[in-house]
Write a protein that binds this ligand. Structure first.
Ligand code: ITT
Length: 197
């Protein structure tokens, strides 16, 4: 089955392509499917934003779409950056800007810096909407370690591990990540609802 993934995030596209390959799905990114498109994320929740991305791209293409809205919640920061994870340090900021901002804000707090990644994955084909949530709990460190992955990966050590997500291989991150959990669960539901062809 061919699916359009309503994302401009190359890190997400790489991960989800790998997660869905064994399930026989071909994933096409937004730039390949429709060219340049920025979708305003006006929702207050991951679910609302994932749904906005999926329905916007379905309305343009008329093809089955998957989307994900995801973010990092830091306990000491009362759940921030949450839905604002992508632009925590401001519009058009880099991953490095976001990581530096988190480091500077957390330096006033005692360790451990308990946190969790969340991912809301969604499927929409004009008729059916299916949704799944994945979570990964861990702790942040105040120095960036590792070059793999994207976003906050260099600061995040999953519970039960010593490496940051950015020090893990793509396969290892995909075996435990919030995104893999969300998309594997989404596909279980798609199979049982008969939309996976
Ligand atoms: P699209 O909306 O085009 O999919 P985006 O990067 O704007 O791309 P989100 O609005 O869902 O996506 O924001 C997710 C942000 O949360 C992302 O930019 C990272 O900063 C962070 N994030 C999400 N998943 C992550 C992961 O697996 N590792 C590290 N950071 C992650």
């Amino acid at each position: 089955m061919k699916l359009i993934f309503a994302t401009n995030n190359k890190g997400k596209l790489r991960e989800v392509t790998q997660i869905l390959k064994p399930l026989g799905c071909e994933v096409i990114g937004l730039s390949e499917a429709v060219g340049e498109l920025e979708i305003p994320e006006t929702g207050n929740t991951l679910e609302a934003n994932a749904s906005i991305k999926a329905s916007t791209v379905y309305n343009i293409t008329g093809l089955p779409v998957i989307a994900d809205d995801s973010g990092l919640e830091v306990e000491a920061l009362s759940g921030a950056p949450g839905v604002f994870s992508a632009r925590y340090a401001g519009e058009n900021c880099s991953y490095d800007d976001n990581n530096r901002k988190i480091i500077s804000e957390l330096s006033d707090f005692p360790i451990p810096y308990k946190s969790q990644f969340k991912c809301c994955a969604i499927f929409f084909d004009g008729a059916k909407i299916i949704q799944a949530l994945g979570t990964l709990k861990g702790e942040l460190i105040l120095e960036q370690r590792g070059k793999n992955g994207f976003g906050y990966d260099p600061l995040f050590i999953p519970d039960g591990y010593e490496k940051t997500l950015a020090e893990m291989s793509a396969e290892q991150k995909n075996s435990i990540s919030h995104r893999a959990r969300a998309f594997n669960s989404l596909f279980e539901q798609m199979k049982s609802e008969g939309v996976l062809k």
